[in-house]
Design a protein around this ligand. Structure first.
Ligand code: GBH
Length: 481
């Protein structure tokens, strides 16, 4: 695909990294004093996860972490984005901490730093301790306070060895997929509860940001959002533009509003008034949520096209489900999600690198002076292992190389336009547990064989090494071992 003019070189201090998440890679679900999380529970619900897969073993990163740090070192990345399993370090989500769990992350962070790799630590990538869910989960305000105490403790334990503290990963998913569509843990389908979850996640971020800075005044604090880049099917249709605005409020405004503007958008409150009165927002909450952000993390995979539903019966979502069948779009009944032109990844997501430039430019215009980082970007494809002339296993994942190439170029285009982007993290270091899809979807630049756990560098890893070590966008053919 053709890309806009990009600079030949990225800034010398631009950070190249890879990202993972605890439940997706660690395994050792019942080892080292770890308590159960909502994902352990969902994985035991028949039919919830493709193939009946679980994160019990995953990539066995808990035992193979030294080897994985070696891969990071050989990739030449300057940063690694990992997440902490809350129930590994505090099994019940409140109460005593588990020194063995804390030591795991402490050793990992030390090993990274010894190799000059900056740890970007996410405190919450969807694995809520089950005990907290039993008490109401994110629908309960107490969960936000518990999260802040967990954050405070980890700030004390890991201290200034952590480069950037990210409170939450994609609260959109935690709230709407966890509590409205129910495809993610805890698998609830209660639209009003999802809105309470939105607010308590935002509150948790604010309380945790404050707690981290109380312990570490110089800490860099961040949150990672999956903002939706939205398109109206007919940009000349007032109806389609209104549909887009409605989705924008739920997808983007529900988080950007309180985090950066100090208020929930009026369109969000109006559009969901028939579902909830938002009385869970208490006096003072919005001041708490709006803590200074040192960097905003954004995850980008694809774009979303919507139109006002004009047909008979019920609108369908882009993937063919009836919109009323547990939709993540709380309160929305008359918006259709339109399938866009390909190519597509194995997830069925359309590939559109320009959407990443657009998102970064939009944020830059709206929030001038806010540093940004692309904390996830990548693609699932059906990879094949072949054997080369010397009998070595190879994975010629040309489509993933092209995807990464075009999206890195899209970041370059934003930089050239003056956007303050500090880094880019490829999702993911390893093939891993892809949530409701189990192990059927592979996002890694390094292949993981199941169940042996054996790692094999794909061509995309070879390509990414060249990018990370030169700071120059390599041609898609530069994949020599
Ligand atoms: C990320 O989430 C996660 O952080 C990561 O753990 C995961 O493995 C990775 O991406 C790959 O999936 O059609 O409007 O409902 C991705 C979040 C949210 C992206 C839902 C696609 C569909 C939008 N996803 N989204 S919509």
């Amino acid at each position: 695909m053709s890309t806009p003019a990009i600079p030949a070189d990225f800034p010398a201090d631009f950070l190249w990294g890879t990202a993972t998440a605890s439940y997706q890679i660690e395994g050792a679900a019942a080892e080292g004093g770890r308590g159960p999380s909502i994902w352990d529970t969902l994985c035991r619900v028949p039919g919830a996860i493709q193939g009946g897969d679980t994160g019990d073993v995953a990539c066995d990163h808990y035992h193979r972490w030294r080897e994985d740090v070696g891969h990071l070192e050989r990739l030449g990345v300057g940063a690694y984005r990992l997440s902490i399993s809350w129930s590994r370090v505090q099994p019940g989500g409140s109460g005593p901490f588990n020194p063995e769990g804390v030591a795991f992350y402490s050793d990992l962070v030390d090993a990274l730093r010894e190799r000059g790799i900056r740890p970007y630590v996410t405190l919450y990538h969807w694995d809520l301790p089950q005990e907290l869910e039993d008490a109401g989960g994110w629908t309960d305000r107490e969960t936000a306070y518990a999260f802040a105490e967990y954050a405070r403790h980890m700030a004390g334990e890991l201290g200034d060895r952590v480069e950037v503290w990210t409170t939450l990963n994609e609260p959109w998913c935690s709230a709407y997929l966890g509590y409205a569509s129910g495809v993610h843990a805890p698998g609830r389908t209660e639209p009003a509860a999802a809105l309470a979850a939105v607010h308590h996640l935002n509150l948790a971020h604010g309380l945790a940001a404050r707690a981290i800075r109380e312990v570490l005044p110089a800490a860099q604090v961040s949150i990672t959002l999956n903002l939706h880049v939205l398109r109206a099917a007919d940009p000349a249709s007032a109806d389609d533009l209104a549909a887009k605005a409605q989705i924008d409020a739920l997808a983007n405004g529900a988080f950007l509003g309180p985090l950066l503007d100090g208020a929930y958008p009026a369109g969000l409150l109006d559009g969901t008034a028939h579902v909830s009165d938002w009385s869970f927002v208490r006096d003072g909450d919005l001041e708490l949520v709006r803590q200074p952000l040192d960097v905003l993390g954004v995850n980008y995979y694809s774009t979303t096209m919507v139109r006002r539903f004009r047909g008979e019966g019920e609108p369908e979502s882009a993937d063919g489900h009836k919109a009323s069948a547990a939709s993540p779009w709380v309160g929305v009944t008359d918006v259709e999600f339109v399938r866009q032109p390909g190519p597509y990844t194995a997830m069925g997501w359309n590939i559109e690198a320009g959407g990443l430039t657009e998102m970064l430019l939009d944020l830059h215009e709206r929030y001038p002076g806010l540093p940004l980082a692309v904390t996830e970007n990548g693609a699932a494809f059906d990879d094949e292992v072949v054997t080369d002339g010397e009998g070595r296993p190879r994975v010629h994942d040309a489509r993933r190389v092209a995807y990464l190439h075009d999206h890195v170029a899209a970041v370059g285009a934003a930089l050239a336009a003056g956007v303050d982007v500090r880094g880019y993290f490829a999702w993911s270091l390893l093939d891993n547990f892809e949530w409701a899809y189990g192990y059927s979807k592979r996002f890694g630049i390094i292949r993981v064989d199941y169940p042996t756990g054996e790692r094999t560098w794909k061509d995309s890893a070879l390509w990414y090494r060249r990018l990370a070590t030169t700071g120059r966008l390599p041609a898609v053919t530069e994949t020599a071992p």
